[in-house]
Write a new protein. Structure first.
Length: 87
């Protein structure tokens, strides 16, 4: 089931870094990546990347991942793909 990342993982998840996370985000902490993702979704609605969540009634980053780190990585990849298409 697709939910927003905040409803699925809470406001401050504490997952461990994966290799994919480090390759994509570099030295950014998980908290910094999480906050940037949530803030970006609040101001930009992109189909399949950030949409209205019926549960919390906010525009949020959406995910169907079971792991918060994987959700951050997938969201960043989807966001980058959308940016490339819009250029």
């Amino acid at each position: 089931m697709v939910q927003c990342m905040v409803c699925r993982f809470g406001h401050h998840p504490s997952p461990s870094k994966s290799a994919a996370f480090v390759l994509l985000f570099g030295q950014v902490t998980i908290e910094q990546a999480w906050n940037a993702t949530v803030q970006r979704a609040l101001v930009t609605s992109v189909p399949s990347v950030a949409v209205y969540c019926d549960k919390c009634r906010c525009i949020r980053a959406m995910t169907d991942q079971e792991n918060a780190t994987q959700a951050l990585v997938q969201h960043e990849l989807d966001w980058n793909a959308w940016n490339l298409k819009s250029c």
